[in-house]
Ligand binder design. Sequence first.
Ligand SMILES: Cc1cc2nc3c(=O)[nH]c(=O)nc-3n(C[C@H](O)[C@H](O)[C@H](O)COP(=O)(O)OP(=O)(O)OC[C@H]3O[C@@H](n4cnc5c(N)ncnc54)[C@H](O)[C@@H]3O)c2cc1C
Length: 383
Amino acid sequence: MDHHDLSDDERELARLVRDFADEVVAPASYEADRTKTLPMHVVAQMGELGLFGLPFPEEYGGQGGDYFALCLAIEGIARVDQSIAITLEAGVSLGAMPVFRFGTEEQKQEYLPSLLAGEHLAGFGLTEPEAGSDAGATRTTARLEGGEWVVNGAKQFITNSGTPITRFVTVTAVTGEKDGRKEISTILVPNGTPGFTVEAPYDKVGWHASDTHPLTFVDARVPEANLLGERGRGFANFLHILDEGRIAIAALSTGAAEGCLEASVDYARKRTVFGEPLSTRQSIQFMLARMQQRVHVARLAWHHAARLRDAGKPFKTEAAIAKLTASDAAMDNARDATQIFGGNGFMNEYPVARHYRDSKILEIGEGTSEVQLLVIARALGVA
Ligand SMILES: Cc1cc2nc3c(=O)[nH]c(=O)nc-3n(C[C@H](O)[C@H](O)[C@H](O)COP(=O)(O)OP(=O)(O)OC[C@H]3O[C@@H](n4cnc5c(N)ncnc54)[C@H](O)[C@@H]3O)c2cc1C
């Protein structure tokens, strides 16, 4: 279906990304998934296309676009490969965006150009073994000592934290106490800092080619100037970043849901059962129609949230609704697509099988579905 509300530039970007996804991303996907490795040549080409710089001003090497443009690109890539789409999503909204939003001019000049060019990646370390949905339960600490932050603690499930081009991870850490409450700040910890260990990658159900590690910090020392944003504002700043990230995850989910739909329509036309194409069965037609319905509604939901965000209007609830709607759409479409493909749908050589494994995390990462429901319930004044 047509993206009815796109400008000419946006249409052009969507077309460019679609071609890139089909010609460069998709051919590498099966092997990357099988070997659980991030294909660095694909990351490099995304960098050359300017995708990592989409929503940033040109003065830092960005493309001068908006968040909507970034989400369009993420959607277009997720259609064929969620691992590559999340690498872009996390690279921009979790890696570069906190520096752009909260960094000093010096930090921006230092870190943004290479992140926006896709030459470096950065991670965002919020989740800990004892602090996930309840992110304020952070136990990692950072104390100031002789002009340095000394970081101790552990983070888990951190995307893009251990790629060959990862430059640093931004972590939340308790830096003190204020009015009886934890003071949480964010600190940039460069990879290679003594005492900072990127542990072995996880053995995940899906998103195999995406880079995810546990991190440990034992007296990891970084300069005092590595504080990102105001001391004590770390938690609030992270929540803002997550609100925005949810729109991008909704776009990613929409792309996944669409990839499943496209593959299913194609398969149902070609596959013969009982002497006729599978697509002649009304039960299959209705399944495909439902899949289309989900893609459409998911897309409208993220478009709406992204337009609000870019217009500088409140978007927290809309982002939560978009993420909830679109992640359900991806999961439902992946399940239906696998069913339509029959036994082939359970074979990894078919991309729908990969979407089936990959989609579950969409209902968990950057705020679980229950957390989105809490956000929506709060806006209703009942939670
Ligand atoms: C592949 C992958 C990549 C990730 N990348 C990153 C990253 O780059 N950076 C980062 O910081 N984190 C990352 N995460 C972490 C992710 O954001 C968390 O896993 C997620 O927020 C859930 O936290 P948790 O795993 O601790 O689950 P928990 O918070 O323990 O939740 C367990 C269950 O309880 C439910 N629940 C929790 N609280 C409530 C409540 N109040 N009411 C009702 N139900 C509730 C949840 O919805 C969930 O169903 C990643 C995770 C994965 C798997």
